[in-house]
Design a protein around this ligand. Structure first.
Ligand code: 15L
Length: 263
């Protein structure tokens, strides 16, 4: 029996992935500070990713960790430092100590938010964060690299675009950044099953007609996206086009959102 620990299991991505990642021969161990509705075979742990003792226990008998936990948008520096940066170190160190061979880290396009929009931005473009949140994701990527290099753990960082049931509430930017839930599950499955990936940084995006992120790195792990946000383009025809800084950089509206403020 394979056991996958998912941190942040009650969050938006966790909630979308849980039903899609359940399968015969696999137990999902779901960790969150918020309540999670388990299905019959799931294991549930109510704890914070910053709680080292709880994380140590959560990693026992685990084959891979999918680390989704942490704030999912801009917040105060103290919160980003504590939950997103320190929390990621706690998760990686608990996985190391328990001998978990593989960790998949949910990074974000906002780690590279101040990269100018380009047709096929490589997944390993060095960080250009757009917020403290983006700095936290860049630190997550660095920590993943460190734990791979020091301890030989397989660590795959996914720079997720926008993973929501559909791209509609994202406006036109969503036609570029959307990662459909089904493609998200395909991507996580590729990350869990690719043989000896080492340390990788990949984009998490569907095969969107207006995509600006390279899919080469994710495809090299076996990911083949099936969805395209363009199928929602008609419904977004009247939405305003992004303008100003938001239209120039990968991070879109995050690039001008007030720094350090939850919004
Ligand atoms: C993210 O990293 C956020 O977690 C998500 O809520 C979206 O805002 C997404 O980026 C995005 O860029 O659309």
């Amino acid at each position: 029996m394979e056991r996958i620990l998912i941190t942040g299991a009650a969050g938006i991505v966790g909630t979308l992935m849980r039903p899609r990642l359940r399968k015969d021969g696999r137990i999902l161990r779901l960790l969150d500070i918020a309540a999670v509705e388990p299905s019959s075979d799931d294991e549930v742990i109510t704890a914070s990713v910053t709680d080292a003792a709880a994380m140590a226990e959560a990693c026992v008998d685990v084959d891979a960790v999918i680390h989704l936990g942490g704030h999912s948008r801009e917040n105060s520096w103290e919160e980003i430092l504590s939950v997103n940066i320190n929390g990621t170190q706690v998760v990686l160190d608990a996985a190391r100590a328990a001998g978990v061979p593989r960790v998949v880290l949910a990074s974000s396009n906002h780690a590279a938010g101040f990269r100018p929009i380009d047709a096929e931005l490589p997944a390993d473009s060095s960080p250009r964060p757009d917020t403290y949140y983006g700095v936290g994701k860049a630190a997550m990527e660095a920590l993943g690299s460190l734990y791979h290099s020091r301890f030989g753990m397989d660590v795959i960082v996914i720079r997720i675009g926008s993973c929501f049931p559909d791209p509609l509430k994202l406006g036109k930017r969503g036609l570029t950044t959307w990662l459909s839930p089904d493609d998200g599950a395909r991507l996580f499955e590729a990350c869990l099953s690719a043989p000896s990936p080492g340390y990788r940084v990949i984009w998490g995006v569907s095969n969107n007609t207006r995509r600006i992120y390279s899919l080469d790195e994710a495809r090299a792990l076996g990911y083949e996206p099936k969805d395209d946000a363009e199928s929602y383009a008609d419904q977004l025809a009247d939405a305003p086009d992004p303008s100003g800084v938001a239209a120039e950089y990968v991070g879109g509206p995050f690039c001008t959102a007030p720094l350090g403020h939850y919004n």
